[in-house]
Write a protein that binds this ligand. Structure first.
Ligand code: ADP
Length: 245
């Protein structure tokens, strides 16, 4: 059995000759919570883009659950089991959190038919569980537009989890959040990490310290170093890269 959820082997992504990723070799185990950090322009977003198939490698290959994703379109890779959370929350503001979750937990139906047809008992149960997990049971039936930014972020994470992805990619989930909201997102990701493989990109070092077990530092499109948060924070190469910003 393949124990790696995602691997990049010697991946280079060139934009007009500029290497956003430069022979990047990375792997992450099934069930791991990994945090990827790095200064601006290090290649973090491109790294997620290459995993999801939004961007094709110029060189090297990407494996998801041991399968080379080269010939697959972005939606086909997503269907293999990748859920991606972008920085800004993408939720239906006029619908309630419960309705948002009902729609995404039942991908067989489109948005309209899932709104106007009743959910099965199992689906309703799943949504109730998700509302609890994301801490929004008390606000399940108000318009999502009334939620705080942090609550919307948690709702979107719940919507992705409702699709039962094998890998959850989370791009800077706490940008613009208060300390308290940031802490809630951290606790949510730690709870989800008990049963999911999660890759988080983040800038906020306090947050990284809250959630990180293994950290990968990207710099100029390559892995600069990997280790526990203590190891990478004390690595002279990391200190130099961050101080040099
Ligand atoms: P990060 O997310 O770490 O800030 P990015 O992956 O966004 O880094 O970008 C890495 C580098 O690649 C940056 O210098 C950026 O300007 C460049 N880059 C990213 N996407 C493109 C693109 N579509 N065309 C040209 N250059 C790009």
């Amino acid at each position: 059995m393949n124990t790696k959820i995602v691997e990049t082997e010697n991946v280079t992504v060139s934009f007009d000759g500029f290497k956003a990723l430069n022979h990047l070799t990375f792997s992450m185990d099934v069930g791991e919570l990994r945090v990827v950090i790095g200064p601006n322009g290090a290649g973090k977003t491109t790294f997620l883009d290459v995993i999801t198939g939004k961007v094709q490698p110029t060189e090297g290959r990407v494996l998801f659950k041991g399968k080379n994703t080269k010939k697959l379109a972005e939606h086909q890779i997503a269907r293999l089991g990748i859920g991606r959370k972008f920085q800004t929350p993408r939720v239906y503001l006029n619908l309630t959190p419960r309705e948002n979750l009902e729609i995404t937990c039942n991908r067989r139906k489109d948005v309209f038919s899932s709104l106007f047809s009743s959910s099965s008992k199992d689906e309703k149960h799943k949504v109730i569980g998700l509302l609890e997990t994301i801490g929004l049971s008390a606000k399940a039936d108000i318009a999502a537009g009334l939620l705080s930014h942090g609550e919307k972020q948690r709702l979107e994470i719940g919507m992705l989890v409702g699709q039962s992805p094998d890998l959850l990619l989370v791009d800077e989930p706490v940008a613009g959040l208060t300390d308290e909201e940031t802490y809630h997102i951290g606790e949510l990701l730690l709870a989800l990490a008990q049963s999911h493989s999660i890759l988080v990109i983040e800038h906020d070092m306090e947050f990284v310290r809250q959630i990180a077990r293994q950290v990968t530092v990207l710099h100029e499109g390559s892995v600069l170093c990997e280790g526990t948060i203590e190891e990478v924070q004390n690595d002279p190469r990391v200190i130099e890269v961050y101080l040099g910003q």
